[in-house]
Design a protein around this ligand. Sequence first.
Ligand code: CAA
Length: 477
Amino acid sequence: MQNGSSSRTVGIDAIAVHVPRLYLDLRDEWARVRAPELGEASVEQLVGKVTKGVGVTEMAVPDAHEDSATLAAMAAVKAITHAGIDPRDVGTIAVGTETTVDQSKSIGAYVLGMIEEHFGVELRRVGAPQFQFACIGATYALESAVNAFRAGEATKPYSLVIATDVSKYPLKSAGEYTQGAGAVAMLVSESPRLLALDARVAGTITRDERDFFRPNGLSTAVVDGKYSIDVYLGAIAEATEMYLERARAELGRPGARIDELADHLLFHVPFPRMSEYAALRVLGEAWRADGSLRAALAAAAPQLLSPELERDPAVRKEAEKALAKSVIFRECYERRIEPSLALSRRIGNIYSGSMYLALASLLETAADRAALAGSRAAFFSYGSGASARVFSGVFVDPQRAYVPHVTQALDGARVPLDVATYERLHAGPSSDGPPSLAQPGKSVLPPAGEFALARIGTDQGPARTDLGYRYYEWVAS
Ligand code: CAA
């Protein structure tokens, strides 16, 4: 049943991305050093695996003065500036992250402080919560912001939703080449200029899983790599089923397949190849249920029609491998998924922001951005541990609402790292005590035109206590 508040059009008004300037080229010195360490047959084998099998060529690496809070604040400043809005019109700063900088305080409060300093404004009457659930945290933050507008509870015209993370696995592990760092900031509003989110269609599932997590005290994630892929695919398939039940009814398209409802399929992208695995699962399920595609599938991937598929993971694997090579899949993939992967190939996994980076990638690389207007994007959000949420939205005026900036930043000001420096940054500042109390190490590139972590508080006494407080500052260029 609809009422006045639930029929409000709410969505994403603007989106901006920030990534560190430093990066590691995975085709270069790193591959020469790691190939023997990882037991690969040759450097070419490792480069082939990483660039084609995993799909990533470069990884963004945070400098010593950067962390999840500075990345978030930088993305927020860009979103506010690109949208041309007054920061005092922001009523909530909601941050999704799984690499927080404090065990208690919300990153949102640090971001608020940085935004206040940068724009010279006071932003007291705002909420600034942090949402944590692995890579799906920002999606829950977005849901919360959207629901506040739909319920008529928002007190200001905009909410800022920020996804920010530094993805870190142990060196010399299979996770190492799926790291990255970056933040995506989105302004949520009524009558959004970029993307109007469909109401009452989202499918959300959660199950208690051990695929990927980071116990307290560890700086790198614990991951069961192959299993994490299986959990991702299972969770996404289940959430898609729920989305389809609701979307078919809500959008008045009974029986419609996912690729009939949505023009673009934007997945959570821990690494670009994962989007292909996910597309095979989601489209495979859609197509095998459609009798009109039986003949085409019988020719392209006959195993997909086998009744054994549900029971035997090996049959499913074979079926999806065959489908991956088929013309029907490749055409769909090139059109609906590939444009969303260009940025991740050069940035890596930014955890909670990865799916929103896919949205930015689609906007950034579109030959005709105006032509996206009226098309629908389906979003497949996933967080290990594990939860998936599938939802959708329709582009409004992407030509005017989106300011291209990411490709230019990647092409222009990035600086490659040698392996020794990358490993120094990966280790973090040296310290006799807890790493969170260590002063930031020496930056590779001195901060310029950006927020920087300046120092960590050291006082603990009757007059003043700031032990471990993080002092951020804007450093002019
Ligand atoms: N040329 C081309 N392709 C090659 C190749 C070469 N020279 N060598 C290998 N490949 C292919 C393999 O055949 C394989 O492709 P298929 O799946 O089509 O067979 C692909 O490269 C990957 O090879 P491996 O399986 O051997 O790769 P790996 O052992 O390095 O593991 C990984 C890959 C599991 C993703 C690992 O990097 C990892 O653990 N990453 C972290 C966990 C992760 O990202 N999980 C994703 C789901 S969880 C999630 O999404 C949450 C999150 O953000 C973390």
